[in-house]
Write a protein that binds this ligand. Structure first.
Ligand code: GLU
Length: 279
């Protein structure tokens, strides 16, 4: 078993991160497997070395050790190669739409049809007919789902072991088309999108079990589809409950009050943190 914890170095780790990291770590240790740490610093304009340092410090303080370290910024070529592989099938197109353009072009909301999916607002297809060869440095790259899906009867499945959605799930063409829309593979100034990069990272690190918050469950359909198109071995997924604040809101990076370093400074022990997250 190979698990991983993949924080972005854009702020302090909080209780939600601690929970996720401890779960993935303990799962690997219990199975005699490996626990990997990945620094998700794809967006170099937001990543900071001091946050990365703090990740190492907090995890060590929590008593977690890792068997491998990968930094996304060392693997931009892998992401570009993957995008090229998808582009070679003719299903990638350049997109110049801003968020405002997409909002303006989106059709009026219909009952039961989501406006947003795991890749943001469901793309109305404005640039879909542009040729890949036309792309410029200011374009994003999008994946044309209807072209990419091909024969819908052959769609892939994934296995989930988390409590909320335990079982095997089929990625259907209908779900992708109506709940996700043509996803971004790369923004103009970034080597890859989040969805594309994590799929490559997990595959290249031979991760067998992805443990992460259940806010990413819906994203798994898209990520599994990308793995399938790139012929990558899928991991098993485990989406865990989210740690919430007293008002019931999911913790975010800006919640410094619940940052691990704040608890450390106040004299809490790693055992206290385990208790606080219900472990
Ligand atoms: N860096 C991502 C995050 O912190 C990783 C998500 C994932 O596990 O796929 O949300």
């Amino acid at each position: 078993m190979i698990t991983r914890f993949a924080p972005s170095p854009t702020g302090p780790l909080h209780l939600g991160h601690a929970y996720s990291a401890i779960l993935a770590h303990d799962m690997a240790r219990a199975a005699g497997g490996q626990f990997l740490l990945r620094i998700d610093d794809l967006d170099q304009s937001r990543a900071r070395p001091e946050w990365e340092e703090l990740i190492y410090e907090d995890l060590r303080w929590l008593g977690l050790s890792w068997d491998g370290l990968r930094r996304q910024s060392d693997h931009f070529d892998s992401y570009r190669d993957a995008i090229q592989t998808l582009a070679d099938t003719g299903a990638v197109y350049p997109c110049r739409c801003s968020r405002a353009d997409i909002t303006a072009a989106a059709s009026a909301p219909q009952e039961g049809v989501p406006e947003f999916g795991p890749d943001g607002r469901i793309y109305p297809g404005t640039c879909r007919d542009r040729a890949y060869s036309e792309r410029t440095d200011t374009d994003a790259l999008r994946y044309d789902l209807s072209k990419a899906i091909g024969t819908p009867s052959q769609m892939p499945t994934f296995t989930e072991t988390g409590p909320a959605h335990e079982g095997t799930h089929k990625v259907t063409a209908e779900y992708l088309m109506s709940h996700v829309g043509d996803p971004i593979l790369a923004r103009p100034n970034l080597a890859a999108s989040y969805h594309l990069s994590v799929v490559i990272d997990d595959a290249e690190s031979h991760v067998t079990n992805v443990t992460r918050g259940k806010d990413l469950y819906e994203a798994t359909y898209l990520q599994r589809f990308l793995q399938w198109k790139l012929s990558l071995t899928p991991p098993i997924y485990h989406h865990h409950r989210l740690i919430r604040d007293d008002a019931g809101k999911r913790l975010a990076k800006r919640d410094d009050a619940r940052a691990i370093r704040t608890y450390r400074a106040e004299g809490a022990s790693p055992q206290d943190i385990r208790h606080m997250v219900g472990l």
